[in-house]
Ligand binder design. Structure first.
Ligand code: XUL
Ligand code: MN
Length: 349
């Protein structure tokens, strides 16, 4: 528990969180909202951080020259400056191009691995151009549908080699690994924060290799998101979070924060608060998806509402009776402790 003044949280999301509602079984049902217009929405919604994929900054990146990439990055930086926004991180989108069908860094094809590396270099350059130190690796297709398809041991070597290459390429960039156990692959090579942190310590500069924990991804691994966060925090390696929610073990739902399991959300906020998350400028990132069935364009309520739930839960954490918690822990009266949490959340205590 730290005794400093309360953290004044700042919030971020990515432009993909304002979406048209397509799912694997049906097309877009909302009109596309122009990408450049999304930046104007951030401040009004209570957000000042923008999360980017490389091609959110530079659309059509594969067909552009380095000078064009630089020019477009500078144009986006100007928009951010004009709007008073900060770029939190840039992530190479290594799951869309034909060259990434079987993964990027762990693909069996040397030319596809080279493509992945090029996109990574471009993403680092873009991050620098936007004055962001974070490179997020969501290792989407670094895994397999069937185990025999790749040599898993070699895949881990390749992932570590990539992390080291990134650290060599730029002396300030930080690698923030976002683990996810499955989807789109059947099994991912970096399914949990423990795997990400092992990669960090094995790398040539562990101080610059951290993690981004998404609530739903932890749940998909059958783990508790607050414990995953605590693990990363214990190692000084929680660079960012993607708060959201998930109803059971199914496809990645990106539901509104706290909307399925309020108590699990409370515990995530509790762990973040107890450990001073945010004091070094870390953002509260929200990776939430509007319901496909929601009318309107653009739909942004899910972002505003998730932020609001987060702030309500901060209040719940700050008013949680710590002395009572200590007493009940000491007495090992966990039945009473559970009731105290439930009544606190219900507002009847
Ligand atoms: C995928 C996911 C991504 C990453 C950024 O499940 O969460 O949106 O957060 O690439
Ligand atoms: Mn995410």
């Amino acid at each position: 528990m730290n005794n400093e003044s309360p953290v004044d949280y700042r919030f971020s999301f990515g432009p993909w969180n304002i979406s048209e509602g397509a799912d694997p079984f049906g097309p877009e049902i909302r009109e596309a909202y122009p990408h450049e217009k999304k930046f104007v929405l951030y401040k009004k919604l209570g957000f000042n951080g923008v999360q980017f994929h490389d091609d959110d900054v530079v659309p059509g990146i594969d067909d552009l020259t380095p000078a064009q990439v630089e020019q477009q990055t500078a144009a986006v930086k100007k928009i951010l400056d004009d709007e008073g926004l900060l770029a939190e991180f840039v992530a190479p989108r290594l799951w869309f191009a034909p060259q990434t069908v079987d993964g990027g860094y762990t693909s069996n094809s040397a030319t596809d691995r080279e493509y992945a590396w090029k996109r990574t270099q471009q993403s680092i350059d873009i991050a620098r151009g936007l004055n962001s130190k974070g490179l997020v690796l969501w290792l989407a297709r670094e895994g397999t549908y069937i185990r025999e398809a790749k040599n898993a041991r070699e895949a881990y070597d390749r992932l570590l080699e990539t992390v080291n290459r990134i650290l060599d390429y730029d002396s300030e960039i930080e690698v923030w690994i976002e683990p996810k156990p499955n989807e789109p692959t059947d099994q991912a090579y970096v399914p949990t924060i423990g795997h990400a942190i092992a990669l960090s310590y094995a790398s040539k500069c562990p101080d610059r290799v951290k993690g981004l924990i998404e609530s739903a991804h932890a749940m998909l691994a059958g783990l508790d998101a607050s414990d995953e966060m605590a693990f990363a925090l214990a190692h000084g390696k929680l660079a960012s979070v993607h708060l959201n929610d998930q109803n059971g073990l199914k496809y990645d739902q990106d539901k509104n924060f706290g909307s399925t399991n309020l108590r699990a959300a409370f515990n995530q906020v509790r762990v973040l608060e107890e450990n001073g998350y945010g004091r070094n400028g870390e953002f509260i990132g929200l990776d939430v998806k509007a319901m496909r069935t929601q009318a309107g364009v653009p739909v942004t309520a899910h972002l505003e509402n998730s932020r609001r739930i987060f702030l309500h839960l901060v209040e719940k954490v700050r008013t949680w009776d710590r002395n009572r918690e200590s007493e009940l822990r000491a007495a090992r009266d966990y039945e009473a402790l559970e009731l105290a949490v439930m009544e606190h959340l219900l507002g009847v205590a």
